[in-house]
Design a protein around this ligand. Sequence first.
Ligand code: ADP
Length: 163
Amino acid sequence: MEENMRKAIYPGSFDPVTYGHLDIIQRASKVVDELIIGILVNKTKKPLFSMEERFSLLQETTKEFPNVTVKTFEGLTIDFARQNGAKLIIRGLRAVTDFESEMQIAQTNHSIAPDIDTMFFTTCLEYAFLSSTIAKEVAYYGSDVSLLVPPVVAEAFRKKYNH
Ligand code: ADP
């Protein structure tokens, strides 16, 4: 039974989670049996939200999906997939600008681990422009982020930027 389960990982920085990520999570969770969100510990990037904060925001915003779990990982995405017995990596594609780097990552991963595939979901038009970076910028200047991120994330921004 366990062997036949279609497990996937969805890796990223999620600094913080946006409606764009949640759209991918919601759609991907319907085509796999289990979806494991992996928050990457990237020592070269300085995130706005700590790992604990990103973790709890993701947990809070995905609790309605029974087959979605949140984990953190360091190192290669394919190793994280293997540790979790997943053969699929989920990624989101926003615009053509995402395409080149995503292709590069997917092809590299596939050449190292031919048994693991990457599945892309194209973003819905509403969130095609949305990234965590954009949300952070809007929040930094105290503008309304309610169309970009869920209420708990908007609240976390308010605390972070003292608005
Ligand atoms: P990274 O730092 O690896 O780009 P992110 O957390 O920004 O990680 O994104 C994780 C994944 O979610 C990536 O595949 C990214 O393309 C996708 N993604 C981010 N924002 C959106 C969005 N608005 N619509 C669809 N996919 C998105």
